[in-house]
Design a protein around this ligand. Structure first.
Ligand SMILES: Cc1cc2nc3c(=O)[nH]c(=O)nc-3n(C[C@H](O)[C@H](O)[C@H](O)COP(=O)(O)O)c2cc1C
Length: 232
């Protein structure tokens, strides 16, 4: 069982997303999974230039020569992929969007009718990794992830992949807070993430009671907003 995480935060291993991904991977490793933590910010990933060479002259291979070829190899060699990005203007970061755009060599140009009566691209491969989406954002409410959630769910329609879990964290900047009062709260939240990592590695899902725990705010929302406003 191989679980790879692709983290699109420009803050790489200094970011709040990294706190979430690291704890999830720790739990997965404790359950026996081989893990890989890829920080996309350190990789050379050019913008897709829309030439479709990966669908015509060199099927499955992009014309741009950068780190994407080896990243897509790691992606496809994984049983489970954690796609992780902070929320930027209600969506993923530009780094993650480039990574997603550059994954079109993984599917074929042909149209086919998919589930729910929507056209999609035909698969290039027989099997794709299952997906876990992870994000955090500055605002406190869970609903801030409405656009991202929909985009993530729609993205997988093209490659017959399955989303097996989604972990979204409002109040994200608290994850790297050094406030002594928050220490026990953050320690408990990381324990929950480790448990989620174990569940994902062993059962490919997060039980409802654990998901409910993961979704709880780290502190009351009004208190959080007040402390954010005082910090600027
Ligand atoms: C350009 C930019 C756009 C952002 N857009 C949103 C947003 O739409 N909603 C939100 O709640 N937070 C937004 N944030 C806050 C980040 O999601 C938040 O700081 C997050 O913790 C960053 O994660 P990281 O430390 O892993 O990079 C934005 C931050 C930046 C820099």
């Amino acid at each position: 069982m191989k679980i790879s995480a692709f983290n699109g935060s420009p803050k790489a291993d200094r970011g709040n997303t990294h706190v979430m991904v690291s704890a999830l991977l720790e739990g997965a490793a404790q359950a026996g999974a081989a893990t890989e933590n890829v920080l996309l910010a350190g990789k050379k990933i050019g913008h897709c230039i829309g030439c479709f060479t990966c669908w015509t002259k060199t099927p499955g291979k992009c014309v741009l020569k950068d780190d994407m070829e080896s990243l897509l190899k790691s992606y496809m060699a994984s049983d489970i992929v954690i796609m992780a990005s902070p929320l930027y203007i209600d969506h993923v970061t530009g780094i993650m969007k480039d990574f997603m755009d550059r994954s079109i060599p993984l599917v074929c140009p042909q149209f086919e009718m998919g589930d729910a009566g929507q056209t999609r691209h035909a698969a290039r491969y027989g099997k794709y990794p299952a997906i876990v989406w992870v994000s955090n954002c500055g605002f406190p409410e869970k609903d801030q992830f409405a656009v991202l959630r929909l985009a993530c769910e729609r993205r997988i329609r093209n490659n017959k992949a399955e989303i097996i879990a989604q972990i979204y964290r409002g109040q994200g900047p608290l994850l790297t807070s050094e406030s002594p009062e928050l220490k026990p709260v953050l320690s408990d939240y990381k324990d929950l993430l480790r448990r989620a990592g174990k569940e994902i590695a062993t059962k490919r899902k997060i039980p409802d009671d654990l998901q409910a725990e993961l979704d709880k705010p780290l502190m009351p929302e009004d208190e959080y907003s007040k402390s954010v406003n005082e910090s600027w």
